[in-house]
Design a protein around this ligand. Structure first.
Ligand SMILES: Cc1cc2nc3c(=O)[nH]c(=O)nc-3n(C[C@H](O)[C@H](O)[C@H](O)COP(=O)(O)O)c2cc1C
Length: 303
């Protein structure tokens, strides 16, 4: 049987399949379907310095092969995460990735400071959040801001630091390079793609927030293209996500250059999706004579 283990920035994952932030809570509900220790890792719900109630509903709209969401980072806050969720997660024997969000750089820094010395194995910064100090454009859309936030958090973060990139930019390789040069240990991509839907009868946007982020199968080709572009520019590992619903999608993402993958929206339609992906990857490797999953990373043969 092929070896499924991967090493991301010094952290060993038993397999390359991680559940994506915001699709899996803190793991408890899915642990009723299967032991979450089967997963390579879990990226927890985006956590902020203080509790957030999120945006008013409706905050999910269905789209062909995907969903549009404007949940608005509802979460119980970092202190609650440390006290109530981490002790349980620690017992589950999987890689724990804390996904961090904020409105200004100091929010990120203070939140990550609180996670030092805890069971968190990796920190993933969600920089798709509006920067309130700079007019509300997402941190992740400017290289200068990506560098700044990465540098500041790097100073206080002992764990491997993953910067999660937004696809809502002209050239994602520029923000990836900015993260790398400022000290990121890995990048993950993609976060959701900004979108909008309108109810033609009420003439109102379906989401109360007017706009939201598109995810699910519809975004896979965009994500594969961006992972491929980024993996060809940076030296640090790339964690690929966006639209993976089955094992073939995960293989595609890894051939494009992802060292590990995350699965988000697919969990909503099939809670067993990540398990099926792990099993499918293993079978693909065995059928094709690969000894290790690392052997397929970046192996797309470009025309
Ligand atoms: C309902 C929902 C909530 C999300 N919340 C977060 C979050 O808190 N932090 C984050 O970095 N990404 C969040 N995401 C983005 C996902 O982690 C992922 O980047 C994106 O959905 C693309 O992957 P997918 O197509 O497999 O879902 C959220 C996505 C959805 C659908």
């Amino acid at each position: 049987m092929a070896d499924l283990s991967v090493n991301i920035a010094g952290v060993n994952l038993k397999n390359p399949v991680i559940t994506a932030s915001g699709s899996f809570g803190f793991g408890r509900e899915y642990n009723e379907f299967y032991p979450i220790e089967k997963l390579g890792g879990i990226s927890c719900k985006g956590t902020t310095l203080n509790e957030r109630l999120g945006n008013p509903p409706p905050r999910i709209a269905e789209t062909p092969s995907g969903i549009l969401n404007s949940v608005g980072l509802q979460n119980p806050g970092v202190d609650h995460f440390i006290k109530e969720d981490l002790p349980w997660l620690k017992e589950q024997n999987t890689c724990i990735i804390a996904n961090i969000a904020g409105s200004q750089i100091s929010d990120y820094v203070q939140t990550v400071e609180k996670l030092q010395g805890t069971a968190v194995d990796m920190v993933e910064l969600n920089i798709s959040c509006p920067n309130v100090k700079q007019g509300g454009a997402a941190f992740g859309t400017s290289c200068e801001n990506v560098e700044k936030i990465t540098k500041e958090v790097r100073k206080v973060c002992q764990q491997p630091l993953v910067i999660k990139l937004t696809p809502n930019v002209t050239d994602i390789t520029e923000t990836a390079l900015a993260a790398e040069s400022a000290g990121a240990d890995a990048v993950s991509l993609i976060n959701t793609i900004t979108g909008m839907r309108i109810d033609i009868n009420t003439k109102r946007p379906i989401l109360r927030n007017n706009i939201g982020g598109l995810s699910g199968a519809a975004v896979l080709p965009v994500a594969v293209r961006m992972v491929w572009q980024v993996a060809n520019k940076v030296k640090i590992p790339v964690i690929g996500m966006g639209g993976i619903t089955k094992w073939q999608d995960a293989i595609e993402m890894m051939l494009a250059g992802a060292s590990a993958v995350q699965i988000g929206t697919a969990n909503f339609t099939d809670p067993y999706a990540p398990i099926k992906v792990i099993e499918g990857i293993e079978k693909y490797l065995d059928d094709n004579g690969y000894k290790s999953v690392n052997d397929i990373v970046g192996k797309v043969q470009i025309w």
